[in-house]
Design a protein around this ligand. Structure first.
Ligand code: EPU
Length: 349
């Protein structure tokens, strides 16, 4: 277990923002985790860094940065209904999805190409093209940073919601169990049902199916289509830094939605099972004319207004301050026009 000092973080955040970790600790094995738990550093303020794909760095990070680099993936069990597959928190999410498919264990293909690490996936309850992590989640192992104890959580204990989980809430949030800043996820297990069904609930995917004229696509075809859709719509993190969608899609009551539709008949919206309605934040931002607008080198992506990108690249990157100034201006204009408060997705550090 080695603590490094003044570590550049530009390569460790998908925006490519320049900042340093005053101290950074890499956890590469269970022994590293144990050594850290037994050290005095355990009780220090810390920030857990996964793939860095959902953060905005607004300056050097003073708390100890814990970089989770635990690796390994394997089949845990198999019965006639499903495969249960485990991956360590430091594994790259997309590589893990591709690997499961190559092994003949489909189920995660709709979640292809989401940047980030396996360990961060339950925190966000990542989702795309009609599937959320919680639909394939079995359980996870984590260490309690207060007690040093290892524990396991099953789906029901994770309080999954839309881009939400128990890991995003403090214990004071009126929840039975809030684990914000308290849990370090080490392993995640997925249940991949053998009865595979193509999920066509998402329009972009059903369009691809029609385009290709394939009645019964294979999981590999769905994987390829998801990759094609994402490549066309979302910036490639290798060449254009971003944190994916910058805001959550807001949920409103049927009355609020009817009121907005009366004024803006084209507003993109989806009916939820509980009677509420989800609005496409990208559409709201687009309607306010934000595509392509910028503050310094932080810009609204030309092809998807829900994404803020670093148009200065690695050499002349945007700052976290520019990203947040742009984000606040977007929030204000959407609020003034639609009366809706957009909630940012990434964690501001
Ligand atoms: N739209 C516009 N203008 C825009 C952007 C979007 O009119 O500039 C419209 C689109 O035409 C479409 C609707 O808004 O009718 C929704 O857009 P899209 O299908 O691109 O999906 P999204 O709601 O913007 C969400 C997730 C994405 C996920 C896609 C596909 C959130 C916050 N974002 O985006 O997740 O990939 O659906 O399932 O829920 C992420 O979280 O980082 C992410 C990329």
């Amino acid at each position: 277990m080695i603590t490094e000092t003044h570590v550049p973080l530009q390569a460790h955040n998908s925006f490519g923002i320049v900042a340093r970790a005053e101290r950074l600790l890499r956890l590469r094995s269970q022994d590293d985790v144990q050594a850290w738990l037994n050290s005095p550093e355990r009780s220090e303020p810390h920030f857990v860094l996964g793939g860095g794909s959902n953060i905005v760095l607004t300056g050097d990070v003073k708390p100890l940065v814990i970089k989770v680099e635990l690796m390994g993936k394997h089949l845990v069990s198999e019965d006639d209904k499903a495969w249960v597959v485990q991956a360590a928190a430091g594994e790259n999410w997309h590589d893990f999805v591709a690997w499961t498919l190559a092994q003949g264990w489909p189920g995660l293909e709709n979640l292809a190409m989401i940047p980030g690490s396996v360990g961060a996936s339950p925190v966000q309850n990542i989702g795309a093209y009609g599937v959320e992590l919680q639909d394939r989640f079995e359980s996870l192992d984590a260490v309690d940073l207060q007690t040093g104890q290892t524990f396991t959580l099953h789906a029901g204990q994770c309080a999954f919601g839309y881009r939400d989980s128990v890991f995003k809430h403090a214990a004071t949030d009126n929840r039975d169990l809030g684990l914000l800043g308290r849990a370090l996820i080490t392993q995640v297990r997925f249940r991949l049902p053998k009865k595979w069904q193509f999920d066509v609930s998402y329009l972009d995917l059903s369009k691809k199916q029609a385009q290709h004229g394939v009645a019964h696509p294979t999981p590999q075809q769905v994987f390829d289509w998801v990759c094609e859709i994402r490549t066309a719509k979302l910036p490639n993190p290798e060449t254009l830094g971003s944190a994916g969608s910058f805001f959550k899609n807001p949920t409103v009551s049927a009355e609020q939605c009817a009121d907005i539709i009366a004024r803006e008949p084209k507003v993109v919206h989806y009916h939820l099972a509980d009677g509420r309605i989800k609005l496409a934040a990208g559409w709201l931002i687009d309607a306010c004319g934000w595509r392509g607008k910028s503050v310094g080198n932080a810009a609204v992506y030309e092809k998807q207004a829900l994404v803020i990108v670093n148009k200065g690249g690695r050499d002349n990157p945007c700052t976290g301050g520019e990203v947040m100034t742009l984000a606040k201006a977007i929030q204000t204009s959407v609020y003034e026009r639609f009366g809706i408060r957009l909630e940012p997705e990434p964690v501001v550090v």
